[in-house]
Design a protein around this ligand. Structure first.
Ligand code: GRF
Length: 191
């Protein structure tokens, strides 16, 4: 199979983006080719540039910008998109062009604690407020309903009354860093 080129999309601190880049370093089948970010000053930008990966800043707000971004990724021979904390709605043109080739990670056990506004600490606060006895991560394909794409894998962690949104975030991030690269690789190599 031809080497699969991947574009990472991220907007925040970039711990998952950095983790994925490091995991795929030297991989003969999968290559992290690009980071797309919607904010030039996001911490992920400098971290990824320092690892020698090209960065493309794209707000992709309008439908036309979505078409441009899609054309740019296709021009660069991108085969897969991995979302690692991208806080913009993906343009429909991009989702359609990369159908079943966009992988996302959500820091909770979907379908619970998903949908609008459910990102970052908002998710972990809601989990604590709901007195959940577990949380975890959901790795899924992205379709036009975003969090409702086919689930690839879920991993769980138990919670108790001593947990806070911060400790949940810590436990969830440990799962993200341990499993996201592995599931991304398994999904890409299964195609
Ligand atoms: C992670 O919690 C991930 O599940 C969510 O966005 C966050 C990104 O964190 N999609 P980081 O920027 O990779 O540290």
């Amino acid at each position: 199979m031809k080497i699969q080129s991947v574009a990472l999309f991220a907007s925040g601190s970039g711990s998952n983006a950095v983790n994925l880049i490091r995991y795929f370093e030297g991989n003969e089948e999968i290559r992290i080719a690009l980071l797309v970010c919607n904010k030039a000053d996001a911490p992920v930008v400098e971290k990824v540039k320092a690892l020698g990966i090209e960065v493309l800043i794209s707000g992709n707000q309008s439908f036309e910008e979505g078409l441009e971004l899609t054309a740019e990724l296709q021009e660069q021979g991108i085969d897969w998109i991995i979302l690692a904390g991208f806080l913009r709605k993906l343009p429909v043109a991009l989702i359609r062009a990369y159908e079943d080739h966009i992988i996302n990670i959500h820091p909770a056990l979907l379908p619970k604690f998903g949908g609008k506004g459910m990102y970052g600490m908002h998710v972990h606060k809601a989990v604590i407020e709901a007195k959940e006895t577990e949380s975890g991560i959901t790795i899924h394909l992205v379709n036009e309903e975003f969090d409702k794409g086919r689930t690839l894998e879920q991993y769980r962690v138990s919670l108790d009354e001593t947990d806070s949104p911060e400790t949940v975030a810590q436990k969830v991030q440990e799962l993200e860093h341990r499993y996201f690269p592995y599931i991304a690789e398994r999904t890409i190599n299964q195609r």
